[in-house]
Design a protein around this ligand. Sequence first.
Ligand SMILES: [Zn+2]
Length: 298
Amino acid sequence: MPLGQDIVVLDIGGTHIRIGHIRNTILYEDFEILDSRILRVTSARRELQIIIERYVKQHHLNLNAAVLGMPAMLDRDNDIISHCNNIPQLQGQGLKRFLSESLGCKVFIEQDVMLQVLGEWQAGAAYRQASVFGVYFGTGIGAAYLLNGNPENELVQDIQAGHIPIMAHGKVCKCGNTDCVEAYACGHTLTALARESGCPVEDLFIKRNHNHLLADELDRFILYQAYLLATICTLFTPVVVLIGGGIPKMQGYPRDELLQKTIKQLQKPYPAESVRFVWSSLSAQSPLHGALALLNRE
Ligand SMILES: [Zn+2]
């Protein structure tokens, strides 16, 4: 069967797999959401194939390509996936070839955060900017640096900005090291604070000034996030810093304070006055736009 026009897009996260598609360049944003645990099996590749085939059949798609966003490091030339900590069963060599042969279409595998940043570059808050450093504060901290819309630039691959060390308190990070900024300033930090303070996690920022513990801890939480952004600006001086993820979308999250604290740490006047901070604007649709950007590069 000849290749069709349709694209299936999978955003594979540690908790959920979100599947959407593009038919004749129309974005279908009603994502199907699956539990990522279904891939934590030895036959993960085969499961992935089955998930995609079922979705394609259900939506009567005639596939041109499958695009996968994955929380992992990629060796594109050798078709190798590593550091896929949440779904280690997908690691190893040959996933792209396996899927492309079994599905009979083109397959693109991209880092999950890069796919989102690409989406914002294609159609969102970072539209066509020459250099975009994306930082996503969610369950963990994801980061990707997109130069000239090219996600394959080898000079800026796999920048693990969430694992920059910042403190010396010995706090263990999910990566196994201690004192990564992620250990102090991500969703896990908020979950622990909610437990400790008895305040529901979704109310943390709203009730920030109700008690000293919350006020102190959240002051530092924002400061550590600002330190990370300031470090990125100082080292990379991107035109745009794109901030995304679930945490900045929480009720009461002090976006202005984050930017003030970041700029305070920057050298004046440059990059303090040159770098532009933007907030991710596409949310759920960003991987779909990112997929279009990837296909347009062909
Ligand atoms: Zn770490």
